[in-house]
Design a protein around this ligand. Structure first.
Ligand SMILES: *Cc1c(COP(=O)(O)O)cnc(C)c1O
Length: 364
């Protein structure tokens, strides 16, 4: 028996979330976003559940190469594109589609000599001011790319800064439409929030990420109300129970002090497992399926919780940090972050297990 922490990845939930994307954007192609090791779930681990998608999108060339080595044959898009010309032969050999987001990349393509020309997604800066060519430059760059021997097909792309806000879509989409007017190429604009608002974006190629993993891109609509199922459940167990008297303190900095006799549960999960250290007193945790609050500071290997409402809790009682029964978004909200960050941050020392409904295969 080892330390009880375990991240369970439910492939049935992932398949259901892919189906949800299809239902929301029935006329669009779906590129499942799997950057950052599939948002911390493990790219090779989740791959079998992504066969309902038309392709994948990520930022890491090494991961894309591994996907091809694993005989993944569908489209793969590099969301940040390439960084230097010496990557281009690899992109060509592996049939990797690439974002082109600044003029320098166009120049690199113009001087490249490739065995097989590339599919490129020209990214337009519609106001996020991170990646993308200025709207006024789109026509000229697309014209240049259309004459470039290293380019086989062109797509037009943008990324929303505020697709999760009511007024966050119309403005950038207007800029995009204006910049791309008359250009006869398929378009890719939507992240998860944009997929959920597909009627407004009318996208050809959608790029959902967080929703596939069963978390919400919105501040106010929960994953459950959006019809999404949690894919990762981070589980652990109580490894100790302490009986406190009034005035007794718990953990580093004595950040929690009992005002009455109190049972404290010690959970084998800390910031070295990826749990956010800044999660304050009151952050929810499930013990025996019931919500209890964190009491005391998160430490490297442990958190401490108030067992007041769970009198049957004892050493060995099951704990859920997030996932089934406790949305990661709620934990993230309590810790002033987003579900994205928590999922991506699960640490290498946490063992993973893959489940299909009712079946658990332990990966050791
Ligand atoms: C990460 C990313 C996405 C996915 O965003 P979600 O909010 O996770 O759906 C889509 N497009 C681009 C360009 C991205 O970098």
């Amino acid at each position: 028996m080892s330390r009880p922490i375990l991240a369970q990845v439910n492939l049935a939930a992932l398949r259901a979330n892919v189906a949800r994307v299809r239902a929301l954007a029935p006329d669009a192609q779906v590129l499942a976003v799997v950057k950052a090791n599939a948002y911390g779930h493990g790219l090779t681990r989740v791959l079998p559940a992504l066969d309902g998608a038309d392709g994948l999108a990520l930022v890491e060339l090494e991961a894309a190469v591994l996907l091809r080595a694993a005989h993944y044959t569908r489209r793969i898009l590099l969301l940040e594109g390439f960084f230097a010309p010496d990557e281009l032969p690899e992109l060509s050999a592996r049939r990797l589609a690439t974002v082109v987001h600044h003029e320098e990349q166009v120049r690199m393509l113009e001087t490249a000599s490739l065995a097989r020309p590339l599919e490129v997604f020209v990214k337009v800066n519609t106001g996020m001011n991170r990646l993308g060519v200025p709207p006024a430059a789109v026509r000229t760059l697309v014209e240049r790319l259309s004459h470039c021997e290293a380019v086989a097909v062109i797509r037009l792309m943008m990324h929303f800064a505020r697709a999760d806000e009511d007024d966050g879509i119309a403005g950038p989409l207007r800029v995009f439409d204006e910049a791309c007017k008359g250009l006869p190429y398929p378009r890719s604009v939507a992240n998860s929030a944009g997929v959920i608002r597909h009627a407004e974006t009318g996208d050809d190629i959608v790029r959902p990420g967080i929703m596939l993993y069963g978390a919400t891109p919105f501040a106010y609509d929960s994953a459950e109300t959006l019809g999404l199922a949690p894919v990762m459940t981070l589980r652990s167990a109580l490894i100790a129970v302490q009986e406190l008297q009034p005035g007794d303190a718990v953990g580093y900095g004595a950040a929690h002090v009992a005002v009455r006799p109190q049972r404290i549960g010690v959970v084998a999960c800390g910031y070295a497992d990826g749990y956010p250290r800044h999660a304050p007193n009151g952050t929810p945790v499930l013990v025996c399926g019931r919500r209890v609050p964190i009491a005391g500071r998160v430490s490297m290997d442990m958190i401490t919780v108030d067992l007041g409402d769970v009198p049957e809790a004892r050493v060995g009682s099951p704990v859920v940090l997030w996932g089934e029964g406790l949305p990661v978004d709620e934990v993230a909200g309590a810790a002033s972050t987003v579900g994205y960050e928590l999922l991506c941050a699960v640490a290498p020392r946490v063992p993973f297990a893959v489940t299909e409904v009712g079946r658990i295969d332990l990966e050791l």
